[in-house]
Unconditional design. Sequence first.
Length: 74
Amino acid sequence: MSDIEQAHRELAGRGVDVAGPFHDATGAFHQAGETNRVMGLHPQRASYGSFASFADPDGNRWFLQQIIERLPGR
């Protein structure tokens, strides 16, 4: 099980409505709604390629991004 799947499971277990995991069909994540969103992990399990999202009780939207290997300088 990947980290993003584990985070989804833990949040859902606490009653949080979590979307995902998902990836972006274009290969670049866009926060503009659900356009190009494909359910499931990134097919190549690329670092920075899989996401989950949820809203907190105040209405703030949170995005989780799975990082497998950090890019240089980060």
